[in-house]
Design a protein around this ligand. Structure first.
Ligand SMILES: *[C@@H]1O[C@H](CO)[C@@H](O)[C@H](O)[C@H]1NC(C)=O
Ligand SMILES: *[C@@H]1O[C@H](CO)[C@@H](O)[C@H](O)[C@H]1NC(C)=O
Ligand SMILES: *[C@@H]1O[C@H](CO)[C@@H](O)[C@H](O)[C@H]1NC(C)=O
Length: 216
């Protein structure tokens, strides 16, 4: 009786500490892609699962019902080091990002990533099929190596002028160890290249282009 009363709070406390640590390391991670050498011995394999939850309740702003209804583009994942950037909040979108955010095309991004792979700043890249509705999953297995321990990904909202969700340079290797699991809530970003007012509006280039900003 006594021992279980002591045991339960002790166990709870440990759980809390673990959760808190997890949260803290996540916050620090996003910040410090700068100068982090990964000293893990070997590669690590992860399953990236993207869960789309775009419904009139979760994101009512101009929720599209027709032509086409809400859905998600293919997911593109790149593993890389600090010399490469797929996209960055507050910075201009590359031409590749522009054609991805506006039309869901990955050709230019793949070309850029292949160039970067020659310079060894990109490790590998992956693409999945799109999700034909606002709510659904896509996933892919990815391989991270100590040379390219950062992960970036993007998915476009369809239809939308140039909106996407993504992760920018998440470091999966910290203190010489690969992280077990990371979960993110993703927010929509505006690539700053198309000024359409609604999800279904025709192409309307922003001149000059603006930087990437969060959609609020
Ligand atoms: C996190 O980023 C902020 C703003 O960019 C910077 O001032 C701070 O030094 C960074 N912290 C670490 C631990 O890198
Ligand atoms: C972060 O990067 C900047 C610019 O490349 C460099 O001057 C600075 O020393 C780096 N910081 C760390 C902690 O490596
Ligand atoms: C857009 O990004 C560029 C490059 O990072 C920067 O020099 C410029 O100040 C940014 N513009 C705005 C309005 O934030």
């Amino acid at each position: 009786m006594m021992s279980s009363e002591i045991l339960v709070p002790g166990w709870l406390q440990q759980l809390l500490v673990v959760l808190l640590r997890f949260t803290l390391s996540c916050a620090a991670l996003v910040n410090s892609t700068n100068g982090t050498e990964c000293s893990a011995r070997g590669p690590a394999s992860y399953i990236v699962v993207f869960t789309g939850h775009w419904s009139p309740q979760t994101f009512p702003k101009q929720y599209p019902l027709f032509r086409p209804p809400a859905q998600w583009s293919k997911l593109m994942v790149v593993t890389h080091n600090e010399q490469y950037r797929l996209w960055q909040e507050g910075a201009p979108a590359s031409d590749g990002m522009k054609s991805f955010a506006e039309q869901g095309l990955t050709v230019d991004l793949v070309k850029d990533a292949k160039e970067a792979r020659k310079r060894r700043s990109v490790g590998s890249m992956y693409r999945t099929a799109g999700i034909p509705s606002g709510i659904g999953h896509s996933s892919t297995e990815v391989l991270l190596t100590p040379r390219s321990p950062l992960l970036s990904l993007i998915v476009k909202l369809i239809p939308s002028p140039d909106w996407f969700v993504g992760v920018d340079g998440l470091n999966l290797c910290e203190g010489g160890k690969w992280k077990q699991e990371v979960t993110f809530d993703l927010h929509p970003f505006d690539a700053g290249t198309d000024s359409g007012f609604t999800f279904s509006s025709p192409n309307f280039p922003t001149t000059p282009p603006e930087n990437i900003t969060m959609v609020r």
